[in-house]
Design a binder for this molecule. Structure first.
Ligand SMILES: *Cc1c(COP(=O)(O)O)cnc(C)c1O
Length: 372
């Protein structure tokens, strides 16, 4: 843990960033000439490369938090008369349905509940049952629980059936190996402050160039018009339509450099997996178990059931850990008492060992207090 930060954020996101990422923001940029815009143009190319590369794909950056990029995509790529199927099993899937509803986009939702992973056979059935569906959207890592949906096999179904496929890979892109090709995605969405470990301020969409090209004029919003934003960046050498989050972009470039230096996505995935393994094994010894079975659990974030300690209160637990320099997340599951701990960010296995030791201390104190 750097000694210049008050605590580790185990809450993606925002998440813990490196000192290098934070320091890279200590200068201003003009946005009218090539020195900044070249940074953006290079960044877009690097994102496409990170998503497997190829001329077929392009990248658009969008101001705002990750949800803005999800809303920009859903609001821009479904034509009038199109219909969206949202497959959801958590709060972020639900949010896509909410976006479609708010924008009056014809849609249906296949709601699975919070602990049921998506099944490609069910998606095929849903598409056969409703031929009006033109687009399918799903979340890869449902950050509300930590569940990983099988986006590759669902992508194969979408390709076979000729549906446009939108993947919210917000919390997994850059941390779990995947490519546009392997997923079969037409649009894949992520943001600066998840696995690439930048600071919050913009999101991005990797898109099939042909699919994106046909969406001109479809957007239901001016500022969240994905096509217009893309077309400006393409034709004006990396220029954003409206004020660009320059410091955030610069920090993101630094974060991309650090991802490369770490050894790329495979190496980062390994670190997150090791963080996850030490966390789950460590707290299991303290009687704290994960909500989901290992087979559908991501290495990104884990939901844990409250321990069986009399009078356990999340707020006390949270404050006691924060005093020990660890910030965790409340749960986001409606039918179980859970809290969440993220493994992503500038967080290393030794940090997780210290976290487990801190949790042991806190549980010990709570147990003594409850037996008094
Ligand atoms: C973080 C996240 C988002 C976006 O959330 P914001 O708070 O808008 O950044 C969307 N989907 C998933 C799966 C996420 O993890």
């Amino acid at each position: 843990m750097d000694d210049d930060i008050p605590y580790l954020l185990l809450t993606p996101g925002p998440l813990t960033t490196s000192r290098g990422v934070r320091q890279s923001m200590l200068r201003d940029y003009c946005t009218w000439d090539a020195d900044y815009n070249q940074l953006v143009a290079d960044l877009r190319n690097r994102l496409v490369t990170l998503a497997g590369g190829g001329d077929r794909y392009t990248a658009v950056l969008m101001q705002g938090s990750g949800t803005f990029s999800v809303e920009a995509t859903i609001g821009s790529v479904i034509p009038p008369g199109g219909k969206l199927l949202v497959i959801s099993n958590g709060a972020y899937g639900r949010r896509m349905e909410q976006i479609a509803r708010r924008l009056s986009i014809d849609h249906s939702e296949c709601w699975l509940g919070e602990t049921q992973v998506a099944d490609p056979a069910d998606v095929r059935q849903a598409l056969q049952d409703d031929p009006a569906i033109t687009h399918v959207a799903i979340v890869h890592c449902e950050t509300s629980t930590g569940m990983l949906n099988p986006i590759e096999s669902i992508g194969a179904v979408c390709r076979q059936m000729g549906k446009v496929y939108i993947v919210d890979a917000m919390s997994s892109f850059g941390g779990i190996p995947m490519s546009m090709e392997s997923v079969g995605a037409d649009f894949m969405i992520s943001s600066a402050n998840k696995c690439i470990q930048g600071v919050p301020g913009f999101g991005f969409v990797i898109a099939d160039r042909d699919r994106l090209s046909e969406t001109k004029g479809w957007a239901r919003s001016l500022s969240l018009d994905l096509y217009d934003q893309w077309s400006e960046m393409e034709s004006k050498g990396g220029k954003w339509r409206y004020t660009s989050p320059t410091h955030v972009v610069r920090a993101f470039v630094q974060a991309m450099d650090e991802l490369d230096a770490e050894g790329g996505v495979a190496a980062r995935h390994q670190r997150y997996s090791e963080n996850h393994r030490r966390l789950v094994d460590g707290v299991a010894a303290l009687g704290i178990t994960a909500l989901l079975p290992a087979a559908i659990q991501s290495p990104i974030i884990t939901s844990f059931l409250y321990p069986d300690v009399d009078g356990f209160a999340f707020d006390d637990f949270y404050q006691a850990l924060k005093q020990r320099r660890f910030v965790i997340y409340p749960g986001k599951v409606s039918d179980a008492q859970t809290f969440r701990i993220g493994n992503i960010g500038h967080v290393f296995p030794e940090d997780i060992d210290q976290l487990v030791a801190a949790i042991a201390e806190v549980i010990g104190e709570l147990t003594v207090a409850s037996s008094r």
